[in-house]
Design a protein around this ligand. Structure first.
Ligand code: SF4
Ligand code: SF4
Length: 71
C-alpha cells in the first residue's frame, strides 16, 4: 500500500521579536493576510496567507521567512 505524504502549504512566518512594525509588508500582501498587531509587530493570518513571499521580499529587516507547513 502506498502511503500518502502529508500535503504541505507555504506560509509566511515573522520573527516578531525583530519586527520594527514599519508596515511595509502589509502594503504588498495580495490577500490582506499580514497586519501590524497593536503597532508592535507583524502577524500573519495563516488561513489567508498563500505563501507568495511578497512580504518577505519587501521587509527591510529581512525577518519574514516563507516556510512549508502541513496543510
Ligand atoms: S506570503 Fe504573500 S499572502 Fe502570505 S502574508 Fe506574505 S504577502 Fe501575504
Ligand atoms: S516589513 Fe518587516 S519589519 Fe516591517 S512590519 Fe513587516 S515584518 Fe515588521
Amino acid at each position: 500500500m502506498i502511503e500518502e505524504k502529508p500535503r504541505k502549504k507555504r506560509k509566511a512566518q515573522v520573527a516578531k521579536q525583530d519586527c520594527v512594525a514599519c508596515g511595509c509588508c502589509t502594503k504588498v500582501c495580495p490577500k490582506g493576510a499580514i497586519r501590524v498587531y497593536k503597532g508592535l509587530y507583524a502577524q500573519v493570518n495563516e488561513g489567508l496567507c498563500i505563501g507568495c513571499g511578497r512580504c518577505a521580499a519587501e521587509c527591510p529587516a529581512a525577518i519574514i521567512e516563507v516556510v512549508k507547513v502541513d496543510a
